[in-house]
Design a binder for this molecule. Structure first.
Ligand SMILES: [Zn+2]
Length: 370
């Protein structure tokens, strides 16, 4: 039995849970080890790697809150094997609604396992439940906060209010490029539609997720967006100078996020940690968790404090165990960051802030009270 009391809470700002459930039939009520047994030698592992996630693993690692995405792939970027993708905004709308319904159903059907977070009071209930379970050694419900990744599903801005009413609070306009802005592998600026989207988002109080947006769009959004700004899952370009496409954050962008008091969730994915590391080809033993600490430290050095970085694993989001640092077996092992941070001179308070405290503060600032 692990000791919960000594471990800080983890907030993971990126997991594609609904995409995994709908694409591969994964059941996150199971532990990662159970899912691996069931999926042994299947195409799921060939396509998406071994899972790193499961409810028991959330318990063992003290994972308190997960940003659970609404994500589907635009058809032009879908692999041959993909069954879950969209051809147009109507289809995206159907799929993203389906995923939001799925999170509502999961939290309604299993309130002892997962709770939906749409407000600061929901967050406080989740955190209080976890403290109570510490003292009696029982399991606790994990908070799920929905996050829209790619906004192709938005065809008119009136829909934003419906999304807000369904509990959406975080929105990233891009994955690949959208009509709103350039995205990963499809560069481009913010468009007029993108400017209108930001204005409608700000009116309602959304947090803007810059991950996947192309840099010219990011720079304009940093100037223009009056609300909360974050990057839920992105690493530092300065440490990955050979990286082949526009997915990482330049120091200029990091400075912009810091000026806006935003949080950056760093990703323990080997392709974003070691230049030249190729998914499906390279060996996970080549990459240490120290590399992730390098990215954490880089942001802290630019910031002058440890208050603007968190963890956005993107675990199971197109890669699995095979593509994570060698010290990681499941999400539980994010706790191994603590001794590594302490060894670099960070305090225990700093380390706890990086694992979860910074995101919790951001959520307290950004979520509506009730
Ligand atoms: Zn992503």
């Amino acid at each position: 039995m692990r000791s919960f009391l000594s471990m800080p809470l983890i907030v993971d700002s990126h997991q594609d849970l609904a995409w995994n459930i709908l694409s591969f039939g994964r059941d996150y009520l199971r532990s990662a080890q159970e899912t691996r047994q069931i999926e042994k030698d299947t195409l799921t592992v060939a396509h998406n790697g071994d899972t790193l996630l499961g409810w028991q693993d959330y318990q063992d690692g003290q994972v308190a809150v997960i940003f659970a995405t609404l994500y589907s792939t635009p058809a032009r970027w879908a692999y041959d094997w993909e069954t879950y993708f969209y051809k147009d905004s109507q289809e995206a709308d159907r799929q993203y609604r389906q995923q939001m319904d799925l999170y509502h159903r999961l939290t309604d059907d299993h309130p002892d396992k997962f709770r939906f977070i749409r407000s600061a009071s929901n967050l406080d209930e989740v955190l209080a439940g976890q403290q109570a379970s510490d003292s009696v050694g029982q399991g606790y419900p994990v908070g799920l906060l929905p996050l829209m990744e790619g906004a192709d599903c938005i065809s008119d801005f009136g829909q934003l209010e419906e999304w807000w009413d369904r509990g959406l609070r975080f929105l990233g306009p891009a994955w690949a490029g959208t009509r709103f802005c350039g995205g990963t592998k499809e560069p481009g600026p913010l468009t007029n539609d993108g400017r209108a989207l930001l204005s409608a988002m700000a009116d309602l109080g959304f947090t803007l997720d810059l991950s996947h947006m192309d840099e010219p769009a990011v720079l304009e959004a940093l100037d223009r967006y009056p609300g909360q700004i974050v990057a839920t899952h992105a690493n530092c370009l300065a440490l990955m100078p050979e990286h082949a496409y526009n997915r990482l954050l330049s120091d200029r962008v990091i400075h912009g996020i810091l000026e806006r008091d935003g949080i950056i969730g760093v990703v323990p994915f080997n392709t974003f940690l070691k230049d030249g590391w190729l998914i499906g080809k390279s060996d996970r033993e080549e990459v240490s968790l120290e590399r992730l600490v390098d990215h954490i430290d880089h942001i802290c050095q630019l910031s002058g404090d440890a208050r603007h970085v968190g963890i956005g694993t993107d675990f199971d989001g197109g890669f699995g165990w095979q593509s994570t640092p060698k010290e990681i077996d499941t999400i539980v092992d994010l706790q191994k960051l603590i001794p590594l941070l302490l060894a670099r001179g960070y305090s225990e308070g700093d380390a706890a802030a990086v694992l979860g405290g910074n995101w919790i503060n951001q959520l307290r600032r950004s979520l509506p009270t009730l």
